[in-house]
Structures are given as C-alpha cells and as structure tokens.
Design a binder for this molecule. Sequence first.
Ligand SMILES: Nc1nc2c(ncn2[C@@H]2O[C@H](COP(=O)(O)OP(=O)(O)OP(=O)(O)O)[C@@H](O)[C@H]2O)c(=O)[nH]1
Length: 360
Amino acid sequence: MTVSEPTSRAPRPRGSSLAGKAYWAMVRRVTLIAGAIDVGYIVLFAGLGASTLAWINGVSVLLYAAAYALIGRKKNTLALLLIWFEVMAHAALGSLLIGWDSGFHYFLLLFVPAIVVANSRGLAPAIVLGLLAYYLGLKAVCDAVGPLTPLSPAGLRTVFWVHVCLVFAMSASIAAFYRRAILSAERRLVEQAQTDGLTGLCNRLGFQTQAALTLARQPDAGGSAAVLLGDVDHFKQVNDRYGHAAGDQVLIHVARILQSHARQGDVLARWGGEEFLLLMPGCSPEQAEQAAERIRQAVVASRVAVDELELPLSLSLGVACLGPGESLQSAISRADAALYDSKRAGRNRVSRAWPAALPA
Ligand SMILES: Nc1nc2c(ncn2[C@@H]2O[C@H](COP(=O)(O)OP(=O)(O)OP(=O)(O)O)[C@@H](O)[C@H]2O)c(=O)[nH]1
C-alpha cells in the first residue's frame, strides 16, 4: 500500500546531512581507522629503524583517541581542530624527517574535498588557499633542508607506496561517503516533494508517480482497477466555525479512515483541499462501490474531537472503474463527475460512473 501514517504536523524541512549527524559519525569512524593505521605505522617505522617517527605515530594514536572521545561528547569543533593539527603536524614532521619523497604530504590533499563539502560559511576558498600555502611552504622547506633522518632507499620506497595506497583508499572512502549522503538527501527531497505535509499521504505528484508504477505492474488494468474520489461535506463550515486548525484535524482524521480502508497495493492521496483519491487496482466495479460505501459509513460513524466538542462528519464519494484502454486521468474525471452527482443529490453518498463497456 502506498500510504504513510498521517501526521498532525508538516514534516520539518531537513537540509543536507553532510554537516549533520552522519557527517560526525563518519568523522568519528575516521578517527578510529586513522588511529589503527597509526598503530600499523608504529610497527612499520620501528621495523625500518625510524624510532622518532614511531614515537610521533604513538602521539598520533593518542590524539585520534582524544578526538574520538570528544566527538562522543559532542565537542565536534575541538575534535576537528585536533584532527587538523594531527594531520598537518604529522605531514610536516614526516616530510622533514625522511623527506618530501616519502609522500607524507599526500594526506594534506584529503582535506580539500572535506573543506569544500562541509564548509557552509563561504570560507572554503580561503581555507583551501591557506592549505595550499602550507603545502607549498612545506615543500620549499623540505627542499631547502633535506631529510633530517633519511631512510634507506628501500625503506623510503616502502613508506612512499604505503602512503600512496592509503591515500587512494581514503579518497575512495570519502567519495563513497559523500555519494551516499547526496543520494540519501535526494531520496528525502523526492519523498518530501511527493508527500502531503499535513496528512502524510501522497500528494498529487506522489499519486501520479505511484499510480503509474502500480498500473504499469498491472498491464491489464482496464476494467479491473477503480478510482474513488472522496470530498468532506461542508468542510468550509468547520474552518469558519472552529478555525483552520480544527479543519486540519478533520483532514487528518479522514485521511486515517481512508488509510485504514486501503489495501496493500492501493494508492491513496490527498488530491486537493478536502479531497482524497484512492486508486484500487485489481478491483471490480462492485468491490469498488462496496469499498466506497464502507468508507462513507466509517466517516459518518466517526467523530472528531475539537474544543471539547465531537464534530460529526460526512463524505461524498464518486467511483469510476478504468475502462479498457482508458487513461487514469479520464477515469479520475469521471469519478469527479460522480462525486459532483453525490454533492448535488444531497451529499453523504456514493455515486458511480462506469464506462459504457462496463455493467451499468
Ligand atoms: N483547514 C484547512 N482547510 C483547507 C485546506 N485546504 C483547503 N481548505 C479549505 O477547504 C474549504 C473547501 O470549501 P468548499 O470547496 O466550499 O467545500 P465544502 O465547504 O466542503 O462544501 P461541499 O464540498 O460542497 O460540501 C475552503 O474553505 C478551503 O479554504 C487545508 O489544508 N486545511
């Protein structure tokens, strides 16, 4: 069934999750992974006889552990500063100790996409330029002073390739995270664009999308699918007498009743102000009429509590069955005409509009 739980208030518009919870969960995971990688580096540098670098990686492990704990306590900015400090200092010390060719500087490049995507205050260009200046400055210093504690050529090659592989793997993971975040934001936007904010049902666009999918799955829909259009009677009076909020409550109430009568595979929507539309695939004319009558009775039997009053309600309905080869739009127009018949005949009733090919 393509219906969702009606809500009593419109969903709050949500922005991109890139700077939200998912982002910080990702940063926290990164601190864990980076800490684990640094443990590996301790072993690597100890094995290569670069004890200073092994100690530096020990400090890095502690810094990542601190950043992990800080994010857990929602001190995100402090954690981020610590991570920045670790990466920048580590890149500088590594490059100075064993040389630019070790590839320590590649880790600085991983900041660029993070700065551009996560920075929302227009500071990204300035921060990226600052990073570039730091990068070029580090290169100039390394060229000027040379490696302070050089490794053997084989050791340097090993460190270089480890760095290259890690930077590739981390770039791919960062890109995968942003891709997931963008896709999920897009999914949320599409969902919001197709949902009625008041009742949580499909809106017109949602109905059209879902109905097209439903009917495409049922190519012989002609004659075996029905549309039911319902309109709350004298709804304007509810608004006028009890206020717009009471009117909203009535709409949510009617949406719930319709929802409870919709079957799996039906498509239910708020079609307009106080109008609801239900597409019932695989439904004979008799079944459609019976369903409409059950809904009408359920609405009449219900009461909406407004200001300590229990308001009676009624619904007028028009039902139409899709004729062979008939478009959904045409069936909806006929259901609309039938609904108009119900209104004209005194409201609180079901009228039907079958195409000529179907039994009258
Ligand atoms: N509270 C509320 N009112 C709405 C909403 N959308 C439309 N309306 C109101 O719905 C009312 C519809 O009034 P009419 O078309 O005259 O229908 P009616 O009073 O139900 O009369 P009949 O359909 O002939 O029985 C208008 O007053 C609209 O302002 C909404 O989201 N919330």
